[in-house]
Ligand binder design. Sequence first.
Ligand code: ADP
Ligand code: MG
Length: 319
Amino acid sequence: MSEFDLIRQHFTRATHHTNLSVGDDAALISILTGMELAVSADMLVAGTHFFANCDAYQLGWKSLAVNVSDMAAMGANPKWTTLSIALPETNDAWLAEFSRGFFACADNFDVDLIGGDTTRGPLTISVQIMGEVPIGKAIKRSGAKIGDEIWVSGKLGDAAFALQHMQGKLKLPEDAFILCAKALHTPQPRIALGLELRDIANSAIDISDGLLGDLGHILEQSNVGAILELKDIPHSIFAGFPIGLHDENFRNIILAGGDDYELCFTAPLEKHAEIVNLSESTKLPLTCIGRVSANVGLAVLGSENEILNIRETGFDHFS
Ligand code: ADP
Ligand code: MG
């Protein structure tokens, strides 16, 4: 199959909000009046971000989903994507599954695939995403205010639990592994939440590298600190898996495991009730886990209100 047949067969689909799509030297799009374009890119490299022999459908889904998640974190509405892919060989069955997963995610969020690049090389997937947000309404990392409450969506740690299970570092009960593997392989970007947060949150980030690291970016760019309550951080409880936040490895996974693709955001105290209502209307748990403080740094409080030594648990960059 030629490069162009491959693109036509696997990566060309009808679009919904694109003037000129795949097939020319560039795609053409129009931005609605009063909107600005949010642009982001994420690269996934075999051996670093995924196992080369992983399920192609899930890889297709995840390649786009991690990008959509960045739009959610900005309060942007994702609309267009480009896909650049390096393939060691043209495996038709693999490509069919990969594109099926990629387009399943695209359909889910009404994103048009409008172009890309296809070359031979070690399996690498580079996706760019573009979305719209009303001018001045994007939720930035730099907007956190002293006194803001800190919130997270969903539960943290499931994806990292699955990864550690696959790496033989811990053993989950079978049904727990199935649940966690779903979180790891087919993350659900929080677009509906992100759009609602435009008028609620002062700052937001999506949790891709772990709560502490990503919240750390908000704190640094906002020039503030934070106090978190360990007991309030939402996580799964697995039947037959008698480990909890008292366990250091468990705690590390919840606080720094990564691949969660939940949103962490800060909002003024007076928005608390509105956020609780939003949690109900979106059927998505939203949990207040702490407060933004004046003193720079990130403190995690344990069960007796003692400040946990995070350095000890391996997160040097948060001393
Ligand atoms: P050029 O040589 O001008 O860069 P290409 O021959 O690389 O163009 O690509 C032809 C068309 O196919 C372009 O519109 C490009 O955006 C699109 N394209 C290439 N690879 C992909 C892909 N993996 N997914 C979607 N579109 C692609
Ligand atoms: Mg090219």
